[in-house]
Design a protein around this ligand. Structure first.
Ligand code: SF4
Length: 365
């Protein structure tokens, strides 16, 4: 089943009508069987707005707490936070991308904007040039608005903001400005899952599709591999909030061409030697989000550092490991799952970070 062909996403189940309404989240027993700490937050604050200070404002950079690290760096004064970002906006690439899940990439591609730096410090990161290396070009927020419009002009089905967590303070104004100038396609927020609930809430009316990772069920694994102490708790809370925001706006919406116009897709990258944690991740996703569309990926590619260190993360995921995780997703009950066919290592998933489209349209001659 996993052999042959090029790497691509396959829809394992044809059913694609899941609805992220509140009733679905709660279940027949009012949510007691699925409830967790994250879900209580939703119940206490059903509109998701009360008591939330305006986290996403440009002034927040004077003592940055945009991401769950809340490191307090004075980015406004030029200090870099743990994420590596200061007050400047840096983008590494802005171009059509055809390797996201089918409801995101469609036939014409997703208009991806890859932001430089990242709050997580994943030792196996496949985008390390931009996440830790800081590769990218400094642009103005106004240029980000133009980039979104140019990607739409190129035919993008959506604008796919990849790891914008540490630039979230710029997004409300940029998205509103782009909308005012004719941006009509959905905004996809493509994230590691390490997000503050408050930020998700403030973006709830602006982001249409949450394309969110759920990396680890084990806090220890998060600590060891991504250098954060609290990944599972944070990821559950932010995922619950994303589902709540989509439910508040009327639930998932998929158009006649199968493109997601509103909703949540939860991604999980299976890591070599950690299939047990992957199965726990799926259990957690189910408890938090119910029958949400999931994307279980086997594209793990050991980077040079992992190859040098050796051990389990120096190899790809085996077919057997991947099958174990996929089978567990079936057992849990997910009805919409994307999975990948073919070998694990394929460079097509890692686009060239060559600043394409950052300073001007990628097809502007
Ligand atoms: S976004 Fe960066 S600077 Fe801000 S709290 Fe997170 S790590 Fe610190």
């Amino acid at each position: 089943m996993l052999r042959g062909g090029r790497n691509t996403f396959i829809i394992r189940h044809a059913i694609y009508d899941t609805s992220l309404d509140l009733e679905n989240l709660l279940g027949d027993d009012g949510g007691r069987s699925r409830v967790n700490a994250a879900f209580f937050v939703y119940q206490r604050d059903p509109e998701g707005k009360s008591g939330v200070a305006q986290l996403l404002s440009p002034s927040s950079l004077a003592h940055c707490e945009l991401c769950p690290r809340r490191c307090g760096a004075n980015r406004a004064a030029g200090t870099r936070g743990v994420c590596g970002a200061d007050a400047t906006l840096k983008i590494a690439r802005a171009a059509l991308h055809f390797w996201e899940e089918p409801p995101i990439s469609g036939e014409r591609g997703s208009g991806t904007v890859f932001f430089s730096s990242c709050p997580l410090k994943c030792c196996y990161c496949q985008n390390h040039e931009i996440s830790t290396g800081g590769f990218g070009i400094e642009v103005t927020p106004g240029r980000l608005v133009e980039i979104m419009l140019e990607l739409q002009e190129q035919g993008a089905h959506n604008i796919n903001l990849v790891t914008a967590t540490h630039y979230a303070h710029l997004l409300p104004e940029a998205i509103r400005a782009a909308r005012a100038r004719g941006l009509a396609v959905p905004i996809v927020y493509n994230t590691s899952g390490y997000e503050r609930e408050e930020a998700v809430s403030e973006l709830g009316d602006l982001v249409d599709v949450w394309l969110v990772d759920y990396k680890y069920a084990s806090a220890e694994l998060g600590r060891k591999l991504s250098h954060v102490p609290d990944y599972p708790v944070v990821a559950s809370r932010s995922l619950a909030r994303m589902c709540a925001e989509v439910a508040r706006r009327g639930g998932e919406l998929v158009d006649g061409d199968g493109l997601m116009r509103r909703g949540v897709i939860v991604r999980h990258l299976v890591l070599p030697g950690h299939a047990d944690d992957s199965r726990d991740v799926l259990d957690r996703i189910w408890r938090v989000a119910g029958d949400v569309p999931i994307s279980v990926m086997n594209q793990y590619t050991p980077n040079a550092r992992m190859r040098a260190v050796g051990g389990e993360l120096a190899r790809p995921v085996t077919d057997e490991e991947y099958e174990l995780v996929l089978d567990h997703a079936d057992d849990v009950g997910f009805t919409t799952m994307f999975w990948q066919e073919g070998g694990a290592v394929d460079e097509s998933f890692t686009p060239a970070f060559d600043t394409t489209g950052v300073l001007r349209s990628a097809n502007a001659g």
